[in-house]
Design a protein around this ligand. Structure first.
Ligand code: DSN
Length: 441
């Protein structure tokens, strides 16, 4: 039977590209720490007829009729999220992380108020007050930095800066920070200076729900998370807050910033929370961290300098320039050429440019979703070293690309069925059947 038959008929060009992307995701070691593999169930909800309707408003208070099912779906997503985080209020309507942060700021700040987040160049996010982003233009940004010696959060320094800058909001939560965050410290600082404590847990939500990173809730006043990173849900986001901010953040996203919610995403978020409530998710989260530590150890053995010397979470940031004499962009391109997908990244106090910085950022949520464990991380660490010490040797890159494609054949990708690629399925029929059965779990 034809795979994606309607697309085959209507738009074979797009169908071919989707299949090519499935094959790419199957045959590469994907280490971008913000990416993952959504389950078949999440993909089904995301691709459903829920995309057909508008639902401006909130369950029970909509501007359009026809909400008999969407009200129940959104309520399920909200209730599951509230139970998972143990919080008063969750709004699941933001289209993604940036609008979610924007809506929280709109709800609690006035233009010109001071926002204090970690500088983007040190592992923060564009929306945490970066000067070319709305958050640095609309608000006065007083960013904090890492400790130059330890490359870790320096809570005393943050406290000192907060006393001077008197921010209205302090943002905790990062895109390139490999260590555990002390939420209690942020609570103390915010209480002392009278700031709102905002937690952006987008990268580590899966670890928090899996019990391997402490939760900022219910301590934080407000928070956001995307739903597609370590949570393994669809591309979307949510806002999380104490009861006293509920009305303001709801109004800020709708009608303040957005129109109709993406119901297909809301349903898939509900599915992701159901999956995250299963015991297997705790094992998954714990394995993400074990894998990151095993990969970090192997890179250290090969002489790479890791930012902060290692990792506590899903993410590793390492120097390629000082360690191996290769800049981050050249390193990530060579890795991709050899079948390892990562992104180049500034390291704290980098003297190079953002387009070709000194380091590379990697993470283990995706490879862990495929069932890889510590033994595989050692192999991946060896391959990373081999690539980055031979980055200009096409023959070596070719050889490693072949080894990785072969290696990847033995690991499922949730949500994918290799039998769909009839002609060049990467598995024997027997192996594929077993793997498809697993990917449907
Ligand atoms: N783009 C995301 C990341 O890769 O960390 C942050 O939004």
């Amino acid at each position: 039977m034809t795979y994606l038959p309607a697309l085959q008929k209507t738009d074979p060009q797009i169908r071919d590209l989707i299949i090519a992307e499935e094959k790419r995701q199957w045959s590469k070691v994907r280490l971008i720490p913000s990416e993952n593999y959504a389950s078949a169930a999440v993909l089904e909800a995301s691709g459903s007829v829920l995309t057909n309707i508008y639902s401006e408003g909130y369950p029970g208070k909509r501007y359009y009729e026809g909400q008999q099912n969407t009200d129940q779906i959104e309520t399920l997503a909200i209730e599951r999220a509230k139970a998972a985080f143990g919080v008063d209020h969750v709004n699941v309507q933001p289209y993604s992380g940036s609008p979610a942060n924007m809506a929280v700021y709109t709800a609690v700040l006035q233009p010109g108020d001071t926002i204090m987040g970690l500088a983007l160049a040190q592992g923060g996010h564009l929306t945490h007050g970066w000067k070319v982003n709305f958050s640095g233009k609309l608000y006065h940004s007083a960013p904090y930095e890492l400790n130059p010696q330890t490359e870790r959060l320096d809570y005393d320094q943050i406290w000192k800066l907060a006393k001077e800058a008197k921010p209205k909001i302090i943002v905790a939560g990062y895109t390139a920070y490999p260590r555990t965050i002390d939420w209690q410290k942020f609570r103390q600082i915010c209480d002392d200076v009278g700031a709102i404590f905002h937690a952006d847990i987008s990268h580590i939500t899966g670890l928090i729900l899996g019990g391997v990173h402490p939760s900022p809730f219910p301590m934080a006043d407000t928070g956001i998370t995307t739903s597609h990173k370590s949570l393994r849900g669809p591309r979307g986001a949510m806002m999380i807050c104490k009861a006293k901010f509920a009305q303001a953040i709801d109004k800020a996203i709708m009608p303040g910033l957005q129109g109709g919610p993406h119901n297909q995403t809301t349903a898939a978020i509900a599915v992701a929370f159901k999956e995250a409530s299963q015991p297997a998710f705790k094992e998954y989260a714990a394995q993400i961290v074990k894998n990151a530590k095993a990969l970090a150890d192997q890179l250290l053995k090969h002489g790479f300098r890791l930012i902060t010397g290692g990792t506590d979470n899903h993410l590793i940031l390492f120097e390629t320039f000082k360690s191996k004499g290769i800049l981050g962009r050249d390193a990530s391109r060579a890795l991709d050429r050899a079948g390892i997908v990562a992104n180049c990244n500034l390291v704290p106090f980098d003297t190079q440019t953002p387009m070709n910085p000194s380091g590379v950022r990697i993470g283990t949520p995706s490879v862990t979703s495929r069932g890889m464990k510590e033994a595989e991380m050692i192999k991946i660490g060896d391959w990373i070293n081999a690539v980055l010490t031979n980055a200009k040797d096409e023959a070596v890159l070719d050889r490693i690309a072949g080894e990785i494609a072969e290696f990847c054949k033995s690991f499922i990708c949730p949500g994918m069925d290799p039998r769909n690629w009839a002609d060049d399925a990467p598995h024997s029929a027997k192996n594929a059947e077993k793997q498809v059965a697993m990917s449907r779990l």
